[in-house]
Each structure stands twice: as C-alpha cells, then as structure tokens.
Design a protein around this ligand. Structure first.
Ligand code: ADP
Length: 343
C-alpha cells in the first residue's frame, strides 16, 4: 500500500479520522492518568522510609549500612522497571487503542454517512426530475416570445400547456414532500373499513378509467376492518389503481379484492395490462424508478414516485406491499395491513 502525503492529509481531515482521534485521546488520557497515579502510589510504597541502622543490627550485625545500600538500590531498580513497564503498557494502549478507535469510529459513522449519501442522492434525483418540466416551460415561452405576433388561440394553447406543466410540478413537489417526511407520528391510526378506503380511492380515479373504457370491479367484504390512517391509505390504493389504469390497455378490466389472512387484511389490485418484466420487478418501489417502457411511452406520465410513496406509507403502518406480474398479462399488487381488533 502506498501512502502519499496528500492521502494522509485527506485521511486526517476525514470524519472517521477525527472521531477515531477523539476516541484515542479518551483512551490515552485514561491510560496515562491511570499510569501516573499507579506509578506514584507504587513508587511511594517502594520508597517508604527505612528504619534506623540499629533496627538492622538484629538481622545483620556486621553490615547494617551495606544492607541499606542494597535495599535502596533494589527500590531504585524497582522504580525503573515500573516506569519502563508503564511506558510499554501505554505504547501498547496507543497501538491497540488506535486500531479499536478506528473500528469504533467507522461503525459509528457508517449509518450517518449512509443517511447523508441518501439525502444527497434524493436532492440530486429530485432536481434532475424538476429540470425536465421547467425546461419545457422555459423553451415554450421563449419560442412564443420570439414571435412578433402571437394569436389569441396560440397564446391560450401556450397558457394551457404551461398550466399542465405547473400541475405536474406541483404533483412532483407534493410527492417529494411526502417522501421527505420521515415522521409517522402524524398518522391518525384508527379502525377503518377496508371497503370505505377502496371505494374512496375508486371514486378518485373513476374518471380516468372511464376515459380509457377500463372497468373496475370491487369485491371487498363490508365487515373487514384494519388499522390505519384514512387519507394515507386512500392515497396508497389510489396510486395502485391509477397505475393499473395507466398500464392497462383500453377496455380491459381491473379487480379489487380483499380478505383476511393470519391477522392481516390483504387488499389486492389486479390488472390485465402490460405487466412488468422480471428484471424491473425488484426496482419498481425505488424512488424515481420507471421501467423503460413507461419512460418511453407517451401515454404514461409520471415520475416514478407513486410506488415508493405507497411503500413508505405501508411500512409506516407496519404492513407489507408486494407484487407479482407476468409481462403482457398483467400485474397484481397486494398490501397487507394489521386487522382491527373485533369491536
Ligand atoms: P410512475 O407510474 O409514475 O412511473 P410508480 O412509482 O407508480 O411511478 O411506478 C414505477 C414503475 O413501475 C412504473 O414506471 C411502471 O414501469 C411500473 N408499474 C407500476 N405499476 C404497474 C402496473 N400496474 N403495470 C405495469 N407496470 C407498472
């Protein structure tokens, strides 16, 4: 491994290095502090005042002074050994502490770095998506402004198109806001009739379905109740129905069914539309993800946010959302939410 001066400086400036150094400083302060106290106590103990020479006479009649000199030398040697051992111990604490501090700092910072990265990716994805409609509005208006005469009809067309783009931007901003809100405390959880949620969502999308001559059949038992936040769950079912219509062909059918399954209310939305290729399936709940066919198709507007919002809401409810699909034959989205306790 080659260490250049630049890479060492970059490492020293990195968050991990700074945190590791703080941990190491704490370890070293404790180790050195402990060593100083230990040295002083032991050294005082070793150097305890010796009794007068007369005291030794009962042990060493002939050479009390020599014995004292020998004892003093032993004490001095003991001090030196103690000192060297403590230096060695602190050196070991420094080496092992550096390694441990680095591991600890890396562990502490990993989730924070991941969160920062996700935030940066979110901001960059969002600005990327905002650029397209903004560029469309700008170009259309600039072209119109360059014309010397603008007929009333053309001006109306332009305004109409601007309003459409602004509507899309508003939808995008609302979607982003919903995704950015981490807090689930705003959810007003209560017992809800599953049929109320599906019917309300159906009413929201019925006009778009009629435009495409797509029929929606709802078969939801009236007694089935679940726990959840009404507006959020209506939003989830609307997203799924809206997609089912968007990715269905004209005159096709959509089925909404629900049943009880092991303590959960399972709501399924099945369409007979274009389906999703297996390679796209694992990614469709990702933010801004759109299968290529959806991106290139003229009639399927969207930003790839609907399913990620639905996923997030269902997760906040402690439920699950899953999909099965066959390309060219249709898709079934199933959400599972905790059942409401019997009244
Ligand atoms: P959007 O529909 O705005 O593109 P979504 O997050 O709702 O965004 O969906 C992500 C992608 O999943 C879509 O672009 C589409 O490719 C695919 N998808 C979702 N629902 C269906 C469906 N019912 N049938 C086929 N493809 C679907």
């Amino acid at each position: 491994m080659k260490f250049s001066m630049k890479s060492i400086v970059t490492f020293a400036e990195s968050r991990i290095a700074r945190l590791a150094m703080s941990y190491l400083a704490i370890i070293m302060i404790m180790s050195i502090g402990f060593s100083v106290v230990f040295y002083n106590t032991s050294s005082n103990e070793l150097g305890r005042k010796l009794p007068p020479p007369s005291f030794f006479s009962k042990y060493q009649d002939n050479a009390p002074t020599g014995y004292r000199i020998y004892v003093n030398e032993r004490v001095e040697q003991g001090r030196e050994h103690l000192f060297t051992n403590l230096i060695l111990l602190n050196f070991l604490a420094l080496v092992a502490g550096s390694y441990l501090s680095y591991l600890l700092a890396e562990r502490t910072l990993e989730p924070i770095e991941q969160a920062l990265e996700a935030q940066a990716r979110f901001a960059s994805d969002a600005s990327h998506e905002l650029r397209t409609p903004l560029a469309a509005i700008q170009t259309e208006n600039e072209v119109a402004l360059r014309k010397e005469h603008l007929s009333e009809e053309r001006a109306r067309e332009l305004l109409q198109s601007n309003v459409e783009e602004v509507k899309k931007l508003r939808e995008l901003a609302e979607g982003l806001l919903r995704l950015a809100r981490e807090d689930s405390s705003e959810l007003a959880m209560k017992s809800l009739a599953v049929s109320d949620i599906t019917t309300e969502a159906m009413n929201r999308v019925i006009k778009i379905a009629q435009l495409k001559d797509v029929e929606i059949t709802e078969a939801v038992p009236a007694k089935l109740h679940m726990i959840g936040d009404q507006p959020s769950l209506v939003q989830v079912v609307s997203v799924l129905l809206d997609n089912a219509i968007k990715y269905s062909h004209e005159k096709q059918h959509i089925y909404i069914t629900a049943e009880e399954q092991g303590g959960f209310a399972c709501i399924s939305i099945r369409d007979e539309g274009r389906g999703i290729a297996p390679e796209h399936l694992p990614k469709i709940f990702d933010r801004f993800y759109r299968a290529d066919s959806a991106r290139s198709s003229q009639d399927t507007s969207g930003y790839g946010l609907g399913l990620s919002i639905a996923y997030k809401i269902i997760k906040q409810h402690g439920g699950t959302i899953s999909v099965t699909s066959a390309l060219g034959h249709g898709s079934t989205f199933t959400i599972k939410l905790p059942l409401a306790p019997e009244a």
